[in-house]
Structures are given as structure tokens and as C-alpha cells.
Design a protein around this ligand. Structure first.
Ligand code: ZN
Length: 271
């Protein structure tokens, strides 16, 4: 394999690996977003359960106070009857006190019922709001899950194809070169281990490349790396940049823009 072939194969491998990275990035956010929504909904459901428990306990308190009122009213009815048949003043005073006490009890229970009813009303509103938030989030979740399923379906097949292609290319490259390429790629933030020369600069870190080095790159006689970022450098012509940008879907827009711009540039001297 000539250096030229090595560089060209490496560049094809780079493009294939970048395409795999893109597929992964595409669904990268979605599983995270789905997980976040699931967690949020679970939290809201726990909150709704707690609110419901509060409502239940207030309702229980209301029922208990209502039962207490009935007891007190039964006692009151009995005491009022007894008042008609009292034997002396002492007995009358005792009964009167008992009646006052039971009346206070009824008033107190009514006050507690009113307070609890207010609490139930407030809690019920909070519960309604929480439930409507749960409904909104559940709709969001279903939507995101659908999106994720779709992306997964789409990317799974394409990714598998790309992986096969990457493996085939990797087999063609000598192990030592492949190893150093992978190391460079791993250390590079954008996952690029080999880049083409763009406007006299490295296409990875955009540092200028000295003219002599650029000539060496164009010669394809040895593998040259960027002295700043360590990425392998390839001459755009050998990289087949133009044909590649036309083939690759994500870059289509840019290539259209480039072509348009080139057409505009070309039109200028004529006008
Ligand atoms: Zn560089």
C-alpha cells in the first residue's frame, strides 16, 4: 500500500467513523431526555400520592368531628330532657354546665370541620394542578419515546452498515498506523484523527501550516501530522473532499451553499 492509498483509506475510515459518531450523537440526547421525563413524572406521582394522603386524613378528621357533633347533640337532647325533671338547684346548675360544655364541643367541632374543609379545598387544587402537569409530561414522554424509537430504528440499521464498512477499511490499514490514528482520534475533541488542509491551515485546529510542509502533504510521500494538534494531514484533493461532500447527507447543505457561493464568485468577473 502506498502512502497515498494509506491516507486515502484513513480518510474514508474517518468519514465512516464520523458518520457513526453522528448517529450516536443524534440519539445521544434523546435517551437522556426520556429518562429525565420519567424521573420527573415519578416524582410528581409521589407528590400527588402525598397530597391525596393529606386529603384523606383531613376527610377522616371531618368525619370524626361530625361523629363527635352527633354524640354531643345526643347528650344535649338528653340533658335538655333532664332539665324538665330536676329536683334541686344544684342538679340544675350541673346540667346547665354540662349543656354549655357540650355546646362548646359542638362549636369547636364545627370550627375544626370548616378549617379541614378549607384545607381539603386547597389540597384538591394543588392535586388538580399536579395531575395536569403529570398529563402534560406524560404526553411529552410519549412523544420523546416515539422519537427515540424512530431514531433507534433508523440509526440501528445505518450504524450496523457503517460499522461493517469501518471494519473493512480498518483491515486494509496496517495495525501500527491504525493504532496511532485511533489514539489521535480519541484525544481529539471532535473525533477527527485525519483532516484535510483548509486555507493553508490544519482542518482540525486551524493553525497555519508552513509552505514547505504543505508541499510535503501534497506529495503524499510520507504521513505528516499537524505540529500543533497531532492530527494526520491530507491534501483535500486526495481526500476527495468535493465528491465526499456531495455524497454525505449531513454536509449536503454546506455543499449546496458552497456551490452557490462558487457560482456567485464566478459570476462576479463576468458582471
Ligand atoms: Zn492541527
Amino acid at each position: 500500500m502506498t502512502v497515498e492509498e494509506k491516507l486515502s483509506t484513513l480518510y474514508q475510515l474517518q468519514q465512516t467513523l464520523s458518520a457513526i459518531d453522528e448517529k450516536r450523537a443524534l440519539r445521544g440526547e434523546l435517551p437522556y431526555e426520556v429518562q429525565e421525563l420519567e424521573d420527573e413524572i415519578a416524582g410528581l406521582q409521589t407528590r400527588a400520592e402525598h397530597i391525596q394522603q393529606d386529603i384523606d386524613s383531613f376527610n377522616n378528621a371531618i368525619a370524626k368531628n361530625q361523629a363527635d357533633i352527633q354524640d354531643a347533640q345526643a347528650s344535649l337532647a338528653r340533658y335538655h330532657q333532664q332539665l324538665d325533671t330536676v329536683a334541686n338547684n344544684r342538679e340544675y346548675d350541673m346540667l346547665s354546665k354540662e349543656i354549655d360544655f357540650q355546646q362548646l364541643e359542638v362549636d369547636l367541632c364545627n370550627k375544626k370541620i370548616k378549617e379541614a374543609q378549607q384545607k381539603v379545598f386547597e389540597k384538591q387544587q394543588t392535586l388538580t394542578n399536579t395531575q395536569s402537569t403529570i398529563e402534560d409530561r406524560t404526553a411529552d414522554l410519549e412523544h420523546k419515546r416515539g422519537e427515540l424509537d424512530e431514531v433507534m430504528q433508523e440509526t440501528k440499521d445505518e450504524e450496523a452498515k457503517l460499522k461493517v464498512k469501518a471494519e473493512e477499511l480498518e483491515k486494509k490499514i496496517e495495525p501500527r498506523l491504525l493504532q496511532s490514528f485511533k489514539r489521535i482520534r480519541k484525544n481529539a475533541r471532535n473525533g477527527l484523527g485525519i483532516v484535510y488542509v483548509q486555507r493553508d491551515a490544519c482542518g482540525g485546529c486551524f493553525n497555519k501550516i508552513p509552505p514547505q510542509r504543505q508541499l510535503d502533504i501534497k506529495m503524499h510521500k510520507k504521513i505528516i501530522v499537524c505540529e500543533y494538534c497531532g492530527r494526520i494531514l491530507i491534501d483535500p484533493e486526495l481526500a476527495g473532499v468535493k465528491t465526499v461532500t456531495k455524497e454525505e447527507k449531513p454536509k449536503r447543505k454546506r455543499s449546496i451553499r458552497k456551490t452557490k457561493k462558487a457560482a456567485e464568485d464566478a459570476a462576479v468577473p463576468e458582471a
